[in-house]
Design a protein around this ligand. Structure first.
Ligand SMILES: [Zn+2]
Length: 256
């Protein structure tokens, strides 16, 4: 290697180093712009989420203020599970405004009907034709285990994490399909005496609660299924509709 060549080499290296420095300096602002954009987007979506939650909260407050309140709880004995597509499953459910012995009595009778049902772990009042905001459940379905009677329940928050699991419903005999629901839910409800309960439910318990809560909103489990799952039980749904219409000719019901 001669001196001239070395000089050229040095110039070449200096030029390369300069161009590397140049490209580095041009990367830095680009990365910083990228990070800035990511942070801005995250802030924007958090703000949007917050706004959405506020709007939902306001909408639920408006809905709650319009929800009828029942002060004298009555029902026909013996309680019996009504089946899809009975219109009472889609009717408005009133809040319970008076807490007396009847509230506990209805809860106990609903638990009894649930245990006598087909492997039932939860039941909402509209499923026994009583259109009030009340549900019972027992995660094991074994009599005397963890029994819950929740009155006027309200969802405070639900997790972004969701899970898919097979569900059945006592109002849809022998029909099972997958439903996606939040994994965790925070709930405020009243017990049979009217005292406030705060619950954090996970997994299976959250799923049972959300299924029963849907009943109180007039939402049924097949409303939450994706088209593929719905296809699996479509024939069964139509069969239940036909059965109901045979027993109640001329009834106006929602059909799939
Ligand atoms: Zn159900």
């Amino acid at each position: 290697m001669d001196v001239l060549a070395k000089g050229q080499q040095l110039r070449l290296l200096a030029h390369r180093a300069a161009s590397v420095r140049h490209s580095c300096s041009s990367i830095r602002p680009a990365r910083s712009r990228f990070l800035h954009t990511v942070v801005a987007q995250a802030r924007q979506s958090a703000a949007l989420r917050e706004l959405q939650e506020q709007q939902e909260e306001r909408a639920s407050q408006v809905l709650e203020s319009k929800t009828p309140v029942v002060t004298d709880l009555t029902w026909d004995r013996p309680l019996d599970i009504i089946k899809y597509p009975d219109p009472r499953l889609r009717a408005v459910n009133a809040k319970i405004g008076t807490f007396n012995d009847k509230v506990k009595q209805l809860g106990m009778e609903m638990l009894e009907v649930m245990y006598n049902g087909d492997d039932g772990v939860g039941l909402a009042a509209p499923q026994v034709g009583v259109n009030v905001r009340m549900m019972v459940y027992n995660p094991t379905g074994r009599r005397g285990d963890e029994e819950y009677i929740l009155v006027n329940p309200k969802i405070l928050s639900a997790s972004g994490k969701r899970e898919v699991h097979e569900e059945g419903c006592l109002s849809f005999p022998r029909l099972f399909a997958n439903v996606e629901r939040p994994y965790k839910v925070k709930v405020r409800a009243q017990d049979v005496k009217g005292d406030t309960l705060m619950l954090t439910l996970n997994g299976w318990q959250a799923r049972i609660f959300l299924h029963e809560y849907d009943h109180l909103q007039g939402t049924l489990f097949h409303d939450r299924m994706n088209p593929e799952e719905l296809r699996k039980i479509h024939k069964g749904l139509v069969a239940l509709e036909e059965e109901y219409l045979q027993l109640h000719p001329g009834a106006v019901v929602q059909r799939v």
